[in-house]
Design a protein around this ligand. Structure first.
Ligand code: 13P
Length: 252
């Protein structure tokens, strides 16, 4: 089975409602058919519903975070049930900014992945090493530990709805991209790991994305690699033209 490419914008804490709507109007008619590529925008929670109303076959909307409980005294948090009720399909889980700034652990990330799957949301699980870990030859060890802990209790059937994003932390927002070879090596290692934890079919079908300073100038090379199925893009996803170009690069 051929994995369908997937291009995801992670807007992070950017864009007001008006900015976001202007973006959607600018790209909506030019996006390639979902027959060739899946396109997702992960937007700030407060504007999700406005964007979901404008999502269609070619564009899906996702959230950037979720809490794992369904309801209760968790001031400021958003539950998976609340996200489902807005109509979003995808949620970024375990982004390195959440891990480092908001101290999310692999155990938290695992609970979030399971909560998403229980409520019909597709988690985009982010993993990746720091510069120090890479320089100390710890990259594969870190990826193995994150994948093993973050996917604990996820069954082979549930893996159909899981997307993995390899985002080396040193490449995020820094302008330093992993070389295509480096990025593919990591994604291919993750695919082998998925095979070991599940089976060959699950490993062949799981979409593994690269994220970290991906932009139109380097996307084709990265997307050409056999184990990179798409991108999770921050900075270069904020401009409609640049994002459209990235989505189109997935179809080449
Ligand atoms: P940049 O594309 O801005 O490096 O961000 C990558 C990222 O963190 C996507 O989740």
């Amino acid at each position: 089975m051929m994995r369908k490419p997937l291009m995801i914008a992670n807007w992070k804490m950017n864009k007001t409602r008006d900015d976001a709507l202007a973006f959607i109007y600018a790209v909506n008619d030019s996006l390639p058919s979902s027959e060739f590529v899946d396109t997702v925008i992960c937007a700030p929670t407060i504007i999700l519903r406005d964007l979901v109303k404008r999502q269609g076959d070619t564009l899906k909307i996702g959230a950037q975070n979720v809490f794992y409980e369904e309801n209760g005294a968790y001031t400021g948090e958003i539950s998976p049930v609340m996200l489902t009720s807005t109509g979003v399909e995808y949620v970024i889980v375990g982004h390195s900014e959440r891990r480092s700034i908001f101290h999310e652990t692999d155990e938290d990330v695992n609970k979030k992945v399971l909560a998403c799957l229980k409520h019909g949301l597709k988690p985009i699980l982010c993993i990746g090493e720091t510069l120090e870990e890479r320089e100390n030859d710890k990259t594969l060890e870190v990826l193995e530990s994150q994948i093993t802990k973050d996917l604990k209790g996820v069954s082979p059937e549930m893996m159909e709805n899981v997307i993995i994003a390899y985002e080396p932390i040193w490449a995020i927002g820094t302008g330093k991209t992993a070389t295509a070879k480096m990025a593919n090596e990591a994604c291919s290692f993750v695919r082998e790991l998925v095979k070991k934890l599940y089976n060959a079919a699950v490993s062949e079908e799981t979409r593994i994305l690269y994220g970290g300073s991906m932009k139109p100038a380097n996307a084709k090379e990265l997307l050409n690699e056999p184990d990179i199925d798409g991108g999770l893009v921050g900075g270069a996803s904020l401009d409609p033209e640049s994002f459209l170009e990235l989505v189109k690069d997935c179809t080449l």
